[in-house]
Design a protein around this ligand. Structure first.
Ligand code: ATP
Ligand code: MG
Length: 383
């Protein structure tokens, strides 16, 4: 099997040449090879080599590349070429794992490196000429879109429980739900979910965000619910409305926060240590659901939050979204209240009373469907 010179591989040729020219191996690995084989977009290119990190650093610097010793102790040097960062990591081998952190040593054998990865489809390599190197026989799995742990699923999970969440994420992106998951994987996951408790909030949040951003995360979330992994990472979450949500949201921009809101609990904000911006957008969706109308929500909280709230409500009630309501929300989000404090100051002194009166008039204006004019509102002022 050979990759037909994809653009990312063509662009990386000088980085491969740097290592190969000095007699070392250089292979693209992991997500880039997997995605290229699936015909999916390749985001970043990771490279594996048998050269030691200090050798990689010296070779890169001598050749005039910008090189950063990102994680030199665990084997990674970042080499920048044409604005693109390449993480070059020395082959590694697990010598022992105590369940929390792996003790690794460098290796010159690609098979050692492959064996310490998570899934067979993530353990595929490609040489500079595109030749796929498959030391663990992962290619047949990938071609059948079968997501399988490398060798023993229980052991792979015990080494790092984040792999449970990675399983569901990759399942969401690359597997055919009609085929169903690998039963050995699901049994091992179901028996290991207690280990999810020990993961850091950041690692959980980062995986779950990516999972929720999949084109269709419903089957994976369904599996997470069945194995009780979902309630471990998000107590109170209910995945029932995700599938109907995915059905009705297709014309709208993809927003993982909306899917998260459809799980029905606001807990993720703190449990997954979401960023301030993500927290805010989740909060806005929940507030929009509690407003007297979606139109008011559109005006007060913006188009995205109000449309998200509408879609989540429709999904939970089994309704189709009304295009007219969507148009009205969008229009409401653009409305500007025509009265300003200075207009009222001849009748009400600046201060709290003025703010209260402005809010009262704004409410009436919203309820009028934004039709009350400035003059009409002005006549309604109660000093
Ligand atoms: P993407 O970048 O699209 O999220 P990826 O497969 O590149 O997918 P990364 O997290 O970038 O995922 O990891 C790169 C590779 O490193 C993986 O393909 C896998 O081989 C290995 N890897 C990453 N995290 C783990 C882990 N927790 N356990 C075992 N192997 C891992
Ligand atoms: Mg990657």
């Amino acid at each position: 099997m050979k990759l037909e010179n994809p653009p990312w591989l063509a662009k990386a040729q000088p980085v491969f040449a740097l290592l190969e020219g000095a007699g070392y191996q250089a292979l693209a690995v992991g997500g880039c090879v997997r995605n290229a084989l699936f015909g999916a977009e390749v985001a970043d290119v990771d490279i594996s080599t048998d050269a030691l990190p200090e050798t990689v650093l010296a070779l890169a610097q001598n050749a005039g590349f910008r090189a950063i010793p990102t994680g030199i102790d665990h084997g990674t040097i970042t080499v920048v070429h044409k604005g693109e960062p390449y993480e070059i990591t020395t082959f590694r081998k697990d010598v022992e794992t105590d369940g929390r952190r792996a003790v690794v040593e460098f290796s010159t054998d690609i098979k050692d490196d492959a064996l310490r990865r998570d899934f067979t489809m993530n353990a595929l390599y490609a040489r500079a000429d595109g030749e796929v190197v498959d030391v663990l026989n992962g290619l047949p799995d990938l071609l059948a879109r079968r997501l399988r742990f490398i060798e023993n699923a229980f052991e792979r999970i015990a080494e790092d429980h984040l792999r449970i969440l990675r399983y569901f994420r990759f399942y969401a992106y690359y597997c055919d739900p009609a085929e169903g998951p690998d039963m050995e994987a699901i049994a091992a996951i179901a028996a290991s979910i207690d280990g999810l408790e020990a993961l850091s909030a950041e690692r959980v949040g980062s995986e779950m965000r990516k999972l929720l951003a999949a084109p269709n995360p419903a089957p994976a979330l369904g599996l997470m619910a069945q194995t009780h992994a979902l309630s471990r990472v998000l107590p109170g979450a209910d995945a029932r409305f995700i599938a109907p949500l995915i059905e009705i949201e297709s014309g709208q921009p993809l927003r993982w926060q909306r899917r998260l809101a459809a799980l029905g609990t606001g807990e993720a904000a703190s449990l997954w240590r979401l960023s301030k911006a993500d927290r805010k957008s989740l909060e806005n969706i929940h507030s929009a659901m509690e407003m007297p109308s979606l139109i008011e929500a559109g005006y007060r909280l913006g188009e995205a939050a109000a449309i998200d709230a509408m879609l989540v409500q429709c999904a939970s009630l089994g309704l189709e979204p009304d295009p007219k309501v969507i148009r009205n929300i969008k229009a409401a989000a653009r409305e500007v209240f025509p009265l300003k404090a200075p207009y009222l100051m001849d009748r009400i002194p600046a201060g709290k009373a003025l703010g209260v009166e402005l809010k009262r008039l704004e409410k009436l204006w919203i309820e009028s469907g934004f039709t009350l004019s400035q003059a009409a509102l002005d006549k309604m002022v109660e000093p």
